[in-house]
Design a protein around this ligand. Structure first.
Ligand SMILES: [Zn+2]
Length: 298
């Protein structure tokens, strides 16, 4: 949880952007009838409930499949969650209560297996998660192996960090499951064969798991380039969501859909502030992402 001074600062910032008219101006100029894609990972049911209650007062909530369709004169938002965290199963009553259909982008070789998302393994924190992200995929996997982690090995059931097959089956009538690779590598750090296997293999695994079509993708850590887009297109994916900041409509590049990376534990006030895009824009700018709101790439 954020510290007390931080919460006070955030509250003051939120009041300023809303009382000054800055938030209203941004929404009028940029949001209009476009779709703001919310990007969560592992929020609590209480937090998500509060966010959705607020969100419904400022826009329509649509499924992710409508992200690149023409607007109908009203602001829109879509809800996405990345990775397929086991605790996402606890969110199902919240989605049913609000009649909201989210999309969960799952790592297809982690969910339904007794496996752990690599950055959640103790060896990854010892080695430094940000450091590991910058290595070539082969080096990263080698270093993780030296700490006792193998991405394709079975771990104890108790350390499984992804949704189980039973949980996914129970959620399926209310939630769309799409691809976030097989094991969540940094794609731009993979060689061609690894990249293709992660993108094409994940689509195949999800289609086998669910018996339907997997057509949408979210880039792990928001890292992508022309090679990733070419493989997605050739592999039959229709869209891909980045972590770049912005709103979407039918004119958006379907393989570069933008999002709002929402902090999972945000108060409603801080959530409202993040919907203006100002906070994420400044963070990306500070980290070297440039003026267009692009997430700095690895
Ligand atoms: Zn992810």
């Amino acid at each position: 949880m954020p510290s007390k001074p931080k919460i006070v600062l955030r509250t003051l910032f939120t009041r300023f952007v809303f009382s000054s008219g800055i938030a209203a101006t941004i929404w009028r100029l940029f949001w209009r009838d476009r779709v703001a894609v919310m990007l969560y990972h592992d929020p609590s049911p209480q937090t998500l409930d509060a966010h959705l209650t607020y969100l419904k007062t400022v826009c329509d909530i649509v499924p992710f499949s409508e992200v690149n369709t023409p607007g109908r004169g009203r602001r829109r938002a879509a809800i996405t969650l990345d990775d397929g965290h086991a605790r996402n199963a606890e969110l199902l009553p919240v989605f049913i209560k609000h009649n909201v259909r989210p999309t969960i982008f799952i790592c297809s070789s982690i969910v339904t297996h007794p496996r752990t998302h690599w950055w959640m393994h103790p060896g990854a924190s010892q080695a430094g998660v940000e450091r590991l992200k910058r290595m070539s995929n082969e080096e990263r996997l080698g270093e993780l192996r030296s700490t006792g982690f193998r991405q394709d090995a079975a771990a104890a059931e108790s350390t499984a960090s992804g949704l189980s097959a039973e949980q996914i089956q129970a959620m399926r009538p209310y939630i769309d499951f799409e691809s976030h690779t097989r094991f969540h590598p940094i794609l731009t750090r993979c060689d061609d064969a690894e990249c293709k296997e992660e993108l094409v293999g994940s689509k195949r695994e999800i289609e086998q798991m669910l018996g339907g079509n997997c057509q949408h993708f979210a880039y792990p850590n928001g890292d992508y380039g022309p090679r990733e887009i070419a493989i997605l297109k050739a592999g039959g994916y229709r869209t891909a969501r980045t972590c770049d900041l912005g709103w979407n409509n039918h004119k958006s590049d379907p393989y570069r859909l933008k999002a709002f990376d929402i902090q999972d534990d945000s108060t409603v006030e801080w959530f409202a502030a993040q919907l203006t895009g100002i906070t994420l824009y400044l963070r990306y700018l500070r980290q070297g992402g440039g003026l267009a709101g692009r997430k700095p790439q690895l």
